[in-house]
Design a protein around this ligand. Structure first.
Ligand code: HEC
Ligand code: HEC
Ligand code: HEC
Ligand code: HEC
Ligand code: HEC
Ligand code: HEC
Ligand code: HEC
Length: 411
């Protein structure tokens, strides 16, 4: 702590140099920091206008970005901007001329304050980070959306606001498209500090993050407007099933994996095991211990639906659109396979509307996140282990009964 304060002063001397360097760099060109093979999402809009204009409203496109009054969801209003730790200690979220800050007060005196520089997430909640030289640290307070409230950041000890948790490239690797790694400028806090070139960051999850580099594709299609098939880009149908799933698994296999290299440049068809050693979470054993980084890939892969079919994530999800809570749309996806021979066992008790409206609640129920918790409840996350959940099903049946549907019970 003391060392950090000292270093903080030292770094003020360094900042002018860092600024000069980064300006030299950024004035050179507007090239894509990932290299010439990448075209940048802005070029896709010319030919894929519909996809682009719906995609920009999705959770993926809101997965990270610069923090400002428009992107930070929590309240800065008086009394709503306080997170209390004990009788002496609180953190206040404050608006200042130079930005938004998290400010720790001890007995009314400011002991630390750092700026909201980046946000992560937009649906269930948000976490924030501040720059410290070329390193990123998570701010002590996060926001949880269902309770509309600030919380002590997930996994943090509750007795002291903690500004020292380093944000790693693994975290950025799932929430954005690129950040060039550098050696961290502050070796004092960790033996192997990670830093990032600020001007190399590409927010959020863009088109080429999933589809791979597309500059050659753009060039070809621009020069050959009469050709209506895709060239110089991996087409989805040409991929094997594992390759299809890995397009998503690269970020949706839980957050405990051993990273072998950064995943930013993973492209369709690449071998996932070259990028990470997947550490199976214990979710498939205990499906209720789910967290917000719920391992959808392993959970789905443990389901009979997956084992006995050739489904991929795209069988149910169109990632170019927001489909959250589109219960009937998802039920229709189930019904592409579960019509006649493979029907729900309750088909003789429930009518078609009751079945499809509650299909997901009964077979892919939500459980409280063990990670983002505020007040009584946690953020809700759907399990991807698709099976029969007798307790959850009975709850739905009880609800139907209470709402004047004829008496129902599972036999
Ligand atoms: C000059 C026009 C043009 C531009 C610019 C363009 N594309 Fe395409 N793209 C096409 C055409 C034409 C097709 C084939 C028809 C279709 O699938 O829409 C296609 C198809 C695709 C496919 C479909 C592959 C499949 O599974 O069938 C992907 C993915 C794709 N483009 C990604 C991109 C991305 C990412 C960008 C921006 C970096 C981009 N395109 C920019 C014209 C363009
Ligand atoms: C680069 C990492 C990355 C890749 C690749 C990726 N995702 Fe995600 N996905 C995320 C992150 C991060 C979030 C949470 C974003 C947020 O809520 O801010 C997310 C959220 C989602 C959601 C929740 C959307 C919502 O509205 O709440 C779905 C569904 C999803 N992803 C499906 C997929 C599928 C299917 C694929 C593959 C086609 C995929 N993702 C590929 C990182 C990724
Ligand atoms: C392995 C990839 C991965 C890593 C590493 C990762 N995340 Fe996530 N994160 C996700 C995905 C995927 C989701 C969305 C899950 C869902 O909707 O159920 C998510 C959700 C979130 C959410 C909730 C967002 C929302 O809109 O619901 C926050 C906040 C968040 N992550 C912050 C972080 C921070 C901070 C780090 C690093 C300390 C981090 N994540 C590391 C993939 C990752
Ligand atoms: C989260 C991963 C992800 C992101 C981000 C993403 N796509 Fe896709 N895209 C997919 C998947 C998966 C498919 C295959 C869907 C299928 O065939 O069922 C696809 C299919 C396509 C296709 C061909 C099929 C179609 O729907 O016409 C085009 C064109 C395309 N994407 C362009 C884009 C563009 C442009 C962007 C950015 C605005 C983008 N994609 C962002 C995952 C993604
Ligand atoms: C691509 C086809 C396909 C889709 C889509 C699909 N399933 Fe399945 N599902 C299967 C197959 C195949 C089985 C295995 C049947 C068997 O074992 O005889 C199965 C099994 C099941 C089972 C029994 C699981 C168990 O552990 O006994 C349930 C419940 C189920 N599916 C519900 C769903 C729901 C709900 C959806 C939509 C969210 C869905 N399925 C989507 C193909 C599919
Ligand atoms: C059988 C259909 C089906 C398949 C296949 C499927 N999903 Fe989902 N997924 C759903 C449903 C249903 C929801 C809940 C949507 C809702 O109501 O908001 C969901 C939600 C999600 C969410 C948000 C989780 C939450 O509740 O916060 C993520 C992330 C996600 N899926 C990722 C994936 C990934 C990655 C794959 C492939 C490994 C995948 N899904 C395959 C049906 C499916
Ligand atoms: C009210 C809760 C509920 C709803 C709604 C519901 N199910 Fe079921 N489903 C169950 C229960 C409970 C069983 C097991 C019944 C038994 O074994 O006696 C079951 C059994 C199944 C099975 C057979 C599993 C096996 O063992 O063979 C499939 C497949 C299935 N459901 C699919 C669906 C699909 C698809 C939908 C939506 C269109 C749906 N269910 C809607 C509760 C529900």
């Amino acid at each position: 702590m003391h060392l950090k304060k000292l270093f903080r002063l030292g770094i003020i001397l360094l900042i002018p140099f860092i600024l000069i360097f980064s300006q030299c760099h950024s004035s050179k060109s507007t090239e894509d920091p990932r290299g010439d093979a990448y075209a940048g999402s802005a070029t896709c809009v010319n030919c894929h206008k519909n996809i682009y204009s719906s995609y920009v409203h999705t959770a993926h496109f809101l997965s990270s970005g610069p923090a400002d009054i428009n992107t930070v969801q929590g309240s800065f209003a008086l009394d709503k901007n306080i997170q209390r730790f004990d009788a002496h200690t609180q953190v206040r979220m404050e608006k200042r001329k130079s930005g938004l800050y998290q400010v720790t007060y001890k007995d009314g005196k400011i002991t630390q304050s750092d700026r909201f520089d980046l946000f992560f997430g937009s649906v269930k909640g948000q976490s924030y980070a501040y720059w410290y030289a070329n390193e990123l640290f998570q701010l002590p307070i996060s926001y949880v959306a269902n309770a509309h409230q600030w919380i002590n950041s997930p996994g943090y000890q509750s007795n002291e606001p903690d500004y020292e948790r380093m944000i790693t490239s693994q975290c950025l690797g799932c929430h954005m498209s690129f950040a060039k790694s550098q050696k961290g400028a502050l070796p004092l806090f960790s033996e192997n500090p990670e830093g990032f070139a600020k001007d190399s960051i590409i927010y959020p999850i863009d088109c080429e993050r999933c589809h791979g580099p597309a500059a050659e594709h753009v060039k070809f299609q621009t020069e050959n407007p009469e050709i209506k098939e895709a060239h110089n880009i991996a087409t989805y149908k040409s991929l094997t099933r594992d390759q299809k799933v890995n397009m998503c698994a690269v970020c949706h296999s839980g957050a405990n994996n051993v990273m072998l290299k950064a995943t930013y440049l993973f492209k369709p068809g690449d071998t996932l095991s070259k990028f990470m050693r997947v550490v199976p979470s214990n979710l498939s054993v205990n499906y209720k211990s789910i967290d917000v980084h719920g391992d959808q890939t392993a959970l789905l892969q443990s389901s009979k639906c997956y084992i006995n079919s050739s489904m991929s994530c795209a069988t149910c999800h169109d990632t170019h659109q927001t489909q959250r809570d589109y219960t009937l749309l998802f039920a229709a996806r189930c019904m592409t396979c579960h019509t006649t021979s493979n029907k729900c066992k309750l088909s003789n008790q429930l009518n078609a509307a009751q079945l499809s409206q509650n299909c997901i609640s009964c077979h892919m129920p939500s459980f409280s996140s063990k990670l983002i918790i505020a007040g009584e409840s946690g953020a809700l996350v759907h399990t991807h282990h698709i099976t029969v959940y007798k307790d959850e099903a009975q709850k739905v049946l009880n609800w139907l009964k209470a709402n004047n549907t004829k008496a129902l019970a599972i036999h």
